[in-house]
Ligand binder design. Structure first.
Ligand SMILES: [Zn+2]
Length: 227
């Protein structure tokens, strides 16, 4: 389900994609599958931060000064981190951005930085899933504390409820995955996310896909929108 015409790569032909979706929408899974199919890297903001901090790069050190104070890292540092990573050889043909921008202000700043280098977001892909379905997806999660195997009450249940198939350990649920906690998180996350969606719809680069279906069907829609 596509809103605009063919994806519009920058003049140099690089395919810079943006994946948008709430927690539980399957964004990370789709990003990994898409990266493998297209042969371009998946750049998740959280991973970039962790890598920059671990490597002690100048940009990582600047981010650390804010994080050590408990402050939010300024948008320009996050954008610089993405731009640094985009200059790596494996991103020469494009990349999939994930986890940023989260607000319209961040989207405008990212667009401006890309434009200053003659580039743009070729396609913003919004994986749409109704909020209550997201709550059910996330709230059904559990994990084995011994071996780390994840389960889901509906989509991936253990053979015996509440028990790990591999080692018989009782499964645990994270507090973060309680329905009320998930619902509260989504209430904060979804409105600014939808503003970002509308921002890229206005720019004529949005592709909205129905994320309620099987992983392969969602991936097929995304591939159709970007190739
Ligand atoms: Zn286990």
């Amino acid at each position: 389900m596509t809103d605009a015409g063919a994806a519009q790569p920058a003049p140099d032909g690089r395919l810079i994609l943006l994946l948008i979706g709430a927690v539980g929408a399957g964004k990370g899974t789709q990003a990994e599958l898409l990266a493998a199919r297209l042969g371009i890297p998946h750049l998740a903001s959280g991973d970039l931060f962790r890598a920059a901090l671990r490597a002690g790069t100048p940009i990582g050190e600047r981010a650390r000064t804010y994080m050590d104070r408990g402050d939010l890292v300024p948008d320009e540092i996050t954008i610089e981190m993405f731009m640094d990573r985009l200059s790596d050889a494996d991103a020469a043909r494009g990349a999939i951005l994930d986890g940023f921008p989260r607000t319209v202000g961040q989207a405008a700043a990212l667009d401006a930085t890309l434009a200053s280098r003659g580039e743009r977001i070729a396609r913003a892909i919004y994986i749409a899933v109704p909020t209550e379905e997201l709550v059910q997806r996330v709230a059904g999660r559990s994990v084995c504390p011994t071996c780390g195997t994840p389960y889901h009450d509906v989509s991936d249940p253990p053979r015996q409820p509440g028990i790990c198939d591999k080692d018989g350990t009782p499964l645990v649920r994270r507090d973060d995955d309680r329905p009320d906690v998930v619902r509260a998180r989504l209430q904060k996350q979804v409105p600014p996310m939808l503003q970002v969606v509308e921002h890229y719809r206005s720019a004529g680069v949005l592709a909205e896909v129905d994320g309620r279906r099987a992983i392969d069907d969602v991936l097929a829609d995304i591939l159709a929108a970007v190739t």
